[in-house]
Each structure stands twice: as C-alpha cells, then as structure tokens.
Design a protein around this ligand. Structure first.
Ligand code: HEC
Length: 99
C-alpha cells in the first residue's frame, strides 16, 4: 500500500511552468489596464503596446513586471505571480500572442 501512496504523490500534477492564459489575459487588461489604459495605450502608466516596448526583451520585461518601478506607482507583481506568469505576460505584450 505504501508504494501506491508514493505513486499517488508523484502523479499529483505540480503544474510548474503551466499558466492559465485566460486568467492572465484578463489580468493584463483589467489590472494592468487600470493604470496603463484598458487598451494599454497608456493612462497613469505608459503605453504598453508592442511598438513602445520593442526595446525590451522578454526577460527584461518580465523583470520590470516582477520588480515594479521603484518610486513610481508601478507596483512589483512578484508577490502575486510566478516567474512563468510574468514571462507569459511579457511574451503577450511583446507579440500579442497568448499561447
Ligand atoms: C497602480 C498603477 C499601475 C499598475 C496596476 C500597473 N502599472 Fe505598470 N507602470 C505604472 C507606472 C506609473 C509606470 C511608469 C513608471 C515610470 O515612471 O518609469 C509603469 C511602468 C510599466 C512598465 C515600463 C514601461 C516602459 O516603457 O518602460 C511596464 C512594462 C509595465 N508598467 C507593465 C505593467 C504590467 C504588465 C502590469 C500588470 C501586471 C502593470 N504594469 C500594472 C503603473 C502601473
């Protein structure tokens, strides 16, 4: 029986690296959009459209999202999302692709 339990524990999905892209898309447009504009063209925060973010690479952009911009209203999202989720958002902002 013990080996069955071990098997069960190993089979429990860890879901590392998996993201819920629908939920993240909503977060980008609603939460990020509350400052950056619902269409991400800028509001309190700057324009987040592809053209204006082109100077970032995916990792650099994910790190701005995770760390925020100290001294500005741009909050660090690190307490609220994983690295994979930040990378997903970075990819989404840079390419418009959500898969
Ligand atoms: C409370 C308001 C607020 C929220 C919510 C917010 N931001 Fe920001 N964000 C800002 C402000 C203000 C700046 C500009 C900081 C500065 O002056 O450099 C900024 C800057 C940025 C930048 C840098 C843009 C550039 O051109 O360098 C990125 C990228 C960014 N935000 C992404 C996001 C993402 C993605 C989210 C959602 C996960 C988000 N922000 C949520 C206010 C916000």
């Amino acid at each position: 029986m013990r080996s069955l339990l071990v098997l069960f524990l190993f089979c429990t999905p860890v879901r590392a690296g998996e993201v819920n892209s629908d939920a993240l898309k909503r977060l980008v447009h609603q939460d990020c959009g509350s400052c950056h504009g619902l269409t991400l063209k800028g509001g309190l925060g700057p324009d987040l459209r592809m053209e204006t973010l082109a100077h970032y690479d995916r990792e650099g952009l994910a790190s701005v999202i995770l760390n925020g911009v100290p001294g500005t209203p741009m909050p660090p999202w690190e307490p609220l999302m994983s690295d994979d989720e930040a990378l997903w958002i970075a990819q989404y902002l840079l390419t418009g692709e959500s898969e």
